[in-house]
Ligand binder design. Sequence first.
Ligand SMILES: [Zn+2]
Length: 319
Amino acid sequence: MNLLGIDIGGTKTSVCVGTEEGTIVASQRMQTGPGDSLDVYFGQLKALADATIVEAGLSAADIEMVGISAPGPLNARKGILIAPPNNPGWKDVPVVAKVSEMFDAPVRLENDANAAALAEYRFGEFRGVQDLVYLTFSTGMGAGIIANGRLLRGASDMGGEVGHHCVEPDGETCGCGKPGCFEAYVGGRTVAERLKAKIRAENITTAIVDKAGGDIDSVDHKAFADAAREGDPFAVAEWDDFTERLAQGISNVIMILNPQAVVLGTIAVYEGDFVLRPLRQKLPKYTWKWALDACTINASALGKSIGDLGAIAVALTED
Ligand SMILES: [Zn+2]
C-alpha cells in the first residue's frame, strides 16, 4: 500500500511516502516561514509532495491514503488546525480539505503526540501493545494514549494533554496560564528558562553555563544534562528535582491508565539511562506496585523517523 505522510512542524514540513509495514520509501522536507500566506504554503506543500512521490517512483494517483501530523490545538474530526504555532497569522486552517484537493484518497489528521503514539503502536518496540502511552518529552510535554488498542482522543480532542495536569497547586505558572502544570516542571523549554533565572538571581557558578559556551542565554536542556552528568553540584541537585517531578507526573499517568508501556521521546532518547535510571528508581514512591510491575518504561527506539512514521500511522488509522 502506498501511503503519503505529511508532518507539519514548528519550522519545517516533512513529506514522506511509506508502506503499511512502516518502510519509508522517500522523504523530503522544507522550511516554513512565519510570514507565508496559506496559498503560498499549500502551493509549496503540493510541490514537495509531488517531488517526494516522484522520488518514490510513483505518481499522485498511486497514493491510497494520506496522514497528516501537526501541532495542536487542532480539531481532528473537522480536519482543522486551530492555531498553528508555526504561523501566528493562521487560524482555523482547513488542512484536510486543502490536502484532499491534491489527492484522490482519504486524508486524516492527528496532533503530533497522537501520531507518535500511533507510530509506536504500529511500528515501535511495543507494537501491538493494547495500552501504551507515548510522551513527547521535548520542549514541552505532550502525550498520545492508546487504550484498549485505540487512540484516546476524548470529547474535544484534549485527551492526552498530560503536560497540563497539575502537580503543584501553588507552583510555577505554566505557559498555558494554569498553576503548577507537569510541563512547567519537566518541559525542556521551561526547565531551561527556570535554570537561567535562578542562576542569574542567585549569581550561581555552575558548569551548566560552561556547557552552554559560557553564555547564560544559551543554557538549554542539553547543557543542564551535560553538567549534571559531570557532577556539577548545582546541576546534580536540579537534576534530582527534575527527575522527581518526572516520576510524580508519570506515576499519575500510570495509576490512571495502567499501561503496559510508557515510551518517552526526545530528552529520553538523547539522555538515555541518565534520565531513565533515576526515573525508574523514583516511580515506586508514587505508584502502586501492581501497576508499576505491569509497565515497561523506555525511550523511543524509532529515532528521527518518528515524525514520518507518525504521519504514515495516521494515514492507516481509520477512526
Ligand atoms: Zn499548562
